[in-house]
Design a protein around this ligand. Structure first.
Ligand code: GDP
Length: 364
């Protein structure tokens, strides 16, 4: 399963946010194993469509889809040189598919900041620099190997060498790999290098409790500006309040959010944004027994998506009876959608779309 890693300097609110995540997961009866690995938090993906489908179909049970956040502690300056838990930190980042970078945007005299003052851009750059240095090492090692073959005019080696040179130049200028322009073919080479700075990233600005629901403070503005230059998204939260929200459900939660003057819990925003960042999307199955959301990776074919439910579904795949969520809601019932010709029989090459409601037909 894909996972997003939560990173940030010490004392920025990572643990507070991560506790909110595990608390939210712990409330859910669907994921009783949510706490086996203390560094992994399972969250349900909030999706209004699931509620609507439930009202439409009236099933015995409704099951949302979920994914994982991983808490990655231990970054300090010098991590790429193995300081602190440096190497461990970097190897943990290597294993995640996207990065949620928590940045401190709250002032609190009682909580010391590692570098003495709250300066979000310098904080971001501190971590990014460690990742850049680690990538530079990866790139130089690879270059030494490839250079020899490139001199012998090995075509693939020459192509890779060009990519490596471009990467080296960018990283030396402190530009992350994700911000470098490459052709599609070159992109494949970059992917094979598994660089830390090519992982998709979003920034989580942690503001104080009296600033949530207000406009952006100066620090948030700075973070937004920085992120925009990288085409990265910013989610503004107050980790402390998220921890409180995570203990509430339903009406209580809605009232609390209204009192705070926010539409949607920061954690829910973070979950959705991370889901998109990971290239994930949702399809539904809707039967009398169960209405359920399933996570698939964008670009998956119908048999691959079926395989998420069960490997037998993929192996014996015949057809995917598919209706879009909108068409189903408009028609009101599956039967009415069928009468209107909205239910399609899709074959093995069909690329599943977000919001598809699917009934798989398969051979056992
Ligand atoms: P970590 O080192 O990044 O995991 O940071 P922690 O989550 O342990 O937070 C460090 C300190 O900052 C703790 O005392 C938290 O209670 C406090 N803290 C975290 N988020 C907020 C916040 O939004 N507002 C305030 N005032 N304090 C916070």
């Amino acid at each position: 399963a894909l996972t997003a890693g939560i990173v940030g300097l010490p004392n920025v609110g990572k643990s507070t946010l991560f506790n909110a995540i595990t608390q939210a997961g712990a409330l859910s009866a669907n994921y009783p194993f949510a706490t086996i690995d203390p560094n992994v938090g399972i969250v349900e993906v909030p999706d209004r469509r699931l509620q609507t489908l439930t009202e439409l179909v009236n099933p015995k049970k409704t099951v949302p889809t979920a994914f994982e956040f991983t808490d990655i502690a231990g970054i300090v300056k010098g991590a790429s040189k193995g300081e602190g838990l440096g190497n461990q930190f970097l190897s943990h980042i290597r294993q995640v598919d996207a990065i949620c970078h928590v940045v401190r945007a709250f002032e609190d005299e009682n909580i010391t900041h590692v570098s003495g003052q709250v300066d979000p851009i310098s904080d971001i750059e501190t971590i990014n620099l460690e990742l850049i240095l680690a990538d530079l090492e990866t790139v130089s090692k690879r270059m030494t190997r490839v250079a020899k073959m490139a001199r012998q005019k090995d075509k693939e080696a020459v192509a890779e060498h060009t990519v490596l040179e471009k990467l080296q130049e960018a990283l030396e200028a402190e530009t992350p790999a994700r911000a470098v322009d490459f052709s599609d073919d070159q992109q494949k080479i970059v992917k094979g290098l598994h660089l830390l700075t090519s992982k998709p990233i979003l920034y989580v600005a942690n503001v104080s409790e009296d600033e949530i629901g207000e406009g952006d403070n100066d620090k948030v503005k700075q973070i937004r500006e920085f992120a925009a230059a990288e085409n990265a998204e910013v989610i503004v939260i107050c980790a402390k309040i998220e921890a409180e929200i995570a203990e509430l459900e339903g009406e209580e939660k809605a009232e609390f959010l209204e009192d705070l003057g926010i539409k949607e819990a920061g954690l829910d925003q973070l979950i959705k944004a991370t889901y998109n960042l990971l290239g994930l999307a949702t399809y539904f199955t809707a039967g009398e027994q169960e209405v359920r959301a399933w996570t698939f990776k964008e670009g998956m074919t119908a048999p691959q998506a079926a395989g998420i439910i069960h490997t037998d579904f993929e192996r014996g795949f015949i057809r995917a009876e598919t209706v879009s969520y909108e068409d189903l809601v408009e028609a009101g019932t599956m039967g009415a959608a069928r009468d209107r010709g909205r239910v399609r029989l899709e074959g093995k090459d069909y690329l599943v779309k977000d919001g598809d409601v699917i009934h798989f037909r398969f051979n056992v």
